[in-house]
Ligand binder design. Structure first.
Ligand code: HSE
Length: 293
């Protein structure tokens, strides 16, 4: 027995769609599983302690939840998705662990079965859903069920990730948000999240710049990303159609129709001029989500 599973990264929120929009992108965590004498997990080019290994915690939780015995398999993990950068690396690891358990133990888990376990570790469907099903999704959950709707994402939009060398924990990035908001701010976000969705559907890309504005999280979280306002301006001045914080950051997400290389270069050079290391990736949508390949 031998197989490889890959699970995509995701950009969530996309500005006004806080905790709602999730976009899978073609950056992956890749898991190679094969029969072995004993159970083992190893990482390619990474040194992760067992207690920090989220994949292992979730996989063990599945075994415990279903009263199963540990199977002698070796799992080798190659991570392309950087940790704590707002690109859904935790969700990718969680979905991978549950899918691998599902395949090995032939459980035939439904989406809701998968999400039920996943929420014990990460309560945000806007990263979990794209990791599992791919594509651009409107996501929400109630106490029993996860609702999501996958919408075609315009092929012509290039997706740029500017990834500063700054780790941000989602927990910390949620603690700095206000617990109560003004109704004006709620309306502001409802209007813009709907504008974002409708602009993508009808390809009115000139509306995206207004549509990604938000009052619920980005004004607070940008304080965790040095020079965020400068990068936003540089990206728009270089031709970007939309600029937003990806998930809880620190990655800055950019949509553009053209000039993606120039936009990326300007942003990375600016960070560098301020002694902040960063990298950039020009991405496209992953339409399939977690899959055996
Ligand atoms: N929507 C969540 C947040 C995603 O922004 O906190 C966390 O990855």
């Amino acid at each position: 027995m031998e197989f490889t599973l890959k699970v995509p990264a995701s950009m969530s929120n996309l500005g006004a769609g806080f905790d709602t929009f999730g976009l899978a992108v073609n950056l992956y965590n890749i898991f190679h599983i094969k029969s072995s004498e004993t159970f083992s997990i190893s990482f390619v080019d990474l040194d992760i302690k067992p207690e920090e290994n989220l994949f292992l915690k979730v996989y063990k939780r599945c075994i415990e939840a279903f009263n199963e015995e540990e199977m002698p398999v070796s799992i080798t993990i190659k991570t392309e998705i950087p940790f704590s950068r707002g690109l859904g690396s935790s969700s990718s690891a969680i979905i991978a662990a549950i899918k691998i358990f599902d395949i090995l133990y032939k459980k035939g888990l439904s989406y809701d079965d998968i999400f039920k376990i996943a929420y014990e570790f990460e309560p945000h469907p806007d990263n979990l859903v794209p990791a599992l099903v791919g594509g651009f999704n409107v996501c929400l959950k109630d106490d029993h069920h996860t609702f999501f709707n996958k919408i075609d994402f315009p092929e012509e939009l290039k997706i740029i990730a500017i990834i500063p060398d700054i780790k941000i924990s989602t927990e910390e990035a949620r603690k700095i948000l206000p617990q109560k908001i003004d109704i004006k701010d709620a309306i502001y976000n409802i209007q813009r999240s709907n504008l974002l969705l409708s602009s993508l559907v009808s390809k009115r890309f000139e509306l995206l710049k207004e549509a990604v504005k938000d009052k619920l999280h980005q004004p607070y979280r940008k304080s965790l990303i040095p020079f965020y306002d400068d990068i936003e301006k540089i990206a728009y001045d270089s031709g970007a159609k939309a600029v937003f914080i990806s998930g809880s950051g620190s990655t800055i997400g950019i949509f553009a129709l053209e000039n993606e290389d120039v936009i990326s270069k300007h942003c990375v050079s600016f960070f560098s001029s301020k002694n902040i290391k960063s990298s950039c990736k020009i991405l496209s949508v992953d339409k399939e989500g977690a899959r055996v390949c």
